[in-house]
Design a protein around this ligand. Structure first.
Ligand SMILES: Cc1ncc(COP(=O)(O)O)c(C=O)c1O
Length: 457
């Protein structure tokens, strides 16, 4: 392993503060805290920083390190592909890319069958939006341009994707005006149902009905698609009531609107099924994927379309889908992805996600019973969330001055957990996590909550 002296580490930190934009962080704040935190190696669920401290990565990088760190088989697969062919000539493809498209068609639900590869989640969402509008044009319905998404969702950083949803950590006002035609409806969060539902089912039905109302209000002839994450992450992992997704499917079919399941986080085993859409037995018209498709070993994503719809882009030059992403379907990324999926399958990681996810959720429920600042815990598979509140009765959050996020994140770190604190805490460790490591995660969160409670309550 490469090691660094203290001086080298400090020099790297100084250089990063001067030359890098680190996502969601501001340089003067990092400098004050002796950051950025620099990591140099990882194995399984553990990551080691430049000063030799080891942490459990309870966020899987950016919710993507599904098979865990340090899988040399993936590096070998990428290396072997690099020795053979590192890019395909224009207008052609490569065997690893074809094999991956076939594999994805095999493991995704229903007749999702044709994949447009990209190099990440935002491009996958952007591709899905373009596929929707282009599809409707081919059906003679060029007036369908609007997209319905949910408040609090996150679908990416590009202009189209940014116009959808609205994550609390990425305010959009610096970049407006955004893509026209975005319509926002409530998130089916049973803990804080915006539409007054008092049970998960009631909230699910009311929020799904809000989608139908929005379609009727704007006119179905103007609506191209509905996009939603099966389980939404930015506001603390929203698992909708069981009625939600089947109703969305029904509504979209009824009005000829395409349903996009954004599985960029939920895909590839995260929720205890290979794809979260499977929990509710639905097939979206388009599924967007990224992150876990390679467990973050190399950038890749995709938008996968149902056969019946994808066929409308086949048959003539005029029908073709004209959209290019240079690095989409890169043969090296495809080889890495195939190996990543093989590891997931041969080591039963999806089943482990379901079993360890339940163990994690049980542990978090015990923490809720013990800590008054835990308002809610919820989750499915290794996608668990907590809401931290000042007052359980009113569900009021701590005020900004309490610096909850900073305190919690600092305490997690002191307890050797790499985990972001705040009003919402999303806990998503790698799918290879063991029982003992789950217990370490729960115990680290327990200690951190106790310390924060001592200061704030
Ligand atoms: C559901 C969802 N969609 C899309 C994206 C955008 O993906 P990327 O950051 O790879 O562009 C993200 C990123 O976190 C996501 O969570």
């Amino acid at each position: 392993m490469v090691s660094y002296t203290e001086d080298e580490a400090k020099e790297l930190q100084r250089s990063a503060l001067e030359h890098l934009w680190i996502y969601t962080r501001e340089p003067s704040d990092m400098a004050e805290k002796g950051e950025p935190h620099i990591f140099v190696s990882g194995k399984g669920c553990q990551v080691t920083d430049i000063f030799g401290e080891t942490y459990i990565d309870a966020m899987s990088g950016w919710w993507l390190k599904n098979v865990g760190y340090g899988r040399t088989e993936i590096a070998d697969a990428a290396y072997e592909q690099m020795l053979q062919l590192t890019f395909m000539p224009s207008g052609s493809t490569a065997p690893s890319t074809i094999k991956l498209a076939q594999k994805i068609a095999d493991i995704t639900p229903g007749d999702l069958s044709r994949c447009f590869f990209t190099s990440g989640g935002s491009e996958s969402v952007e591709t899905a939006l373009k596929l929707c509008r282009a599809y409707h044009r081919r059906q003679g319905e060029a007036g369908r341009y609007r997209f319905i998404s949910r408040m609090g969702s996150y679908h990416g950083a590009t202009f189209g994707a940014m116009a959808l949803g609205g994550s609390p950590i990425i305010p959009r006002d610096d970049y407006e005006p955004l893509m026209p035609g975005a319509v926002h409806v409530p998130q089916p969060n049973p803990y804080r149902c915006q539409l007054g539902g008092t049970t998960p089912s009631e909230c699910a039905e009311r929020c799904a009905n809000a989608v139908e109302e929005a379609i009727k209000f704007h006119g179905p002839q103007t609506v191209a698609g509905v996009i939603a994450e099966p389980i939404s992450s930015p506001t603390g992992v929203i698992v909708p009531g069981d009625e939600y997704w089947p109703r969305l499917r029904e509504i979209c079919t009824k009005y000829g609107v395409l349903l996009i399941a954004d599985e960029v986080i939920t895909g590839f085993g995260r929720s205890g099924k290979m794809f979260a859409s499977e929990h509710w037995g639905i097939t979206p018209d388009i599924m967007t994927v990224a992150k876990g498709i390679t467990s973050g070993y190399i950038p890749m994503g995709g938008a996968i379309m149902r056969k019946e719809l994808a066929d409308s882009f086949v048959g003539s030059d005029k029908a073709a889908f004209r959209h290019i992403i240079t690095f989409g379907g890169h043969p090296v990324a495809a080889a890495a992805s195939l190996k990543n999926i093989e590891i997931m399958e041969t080591e039963d990681m999806v089943q482990n996600s379901a079993a360890m996810g339940q163990h994690l959720l049980d542990g978090l429920k015990e923490l809720k019973a013990k800590h008054p600042i835990v308002g809610d815990v919820r989750g499915l598979g290794l996608m668990c969330g907590m809401e931290i509140v000042k007052d359980r009765e009113t569900k009021e959050f701590f005020p900004q001055e309490a610096r909850l996020a900073e305190r919690l994140t600092g305490q997690f770190s002191q307890n050797h957990l790499h985990l972001r604190g705040g009003n919402y805490v999303s806990i998503m460790p790698p799918l290879c996590i063991s029982r003992g490591e789950v217990e370490d995660v729960v115990s680290g969160i327990d200690q951190a909550l106790s310390a924060v409670e001592r200061d704030l309550v």
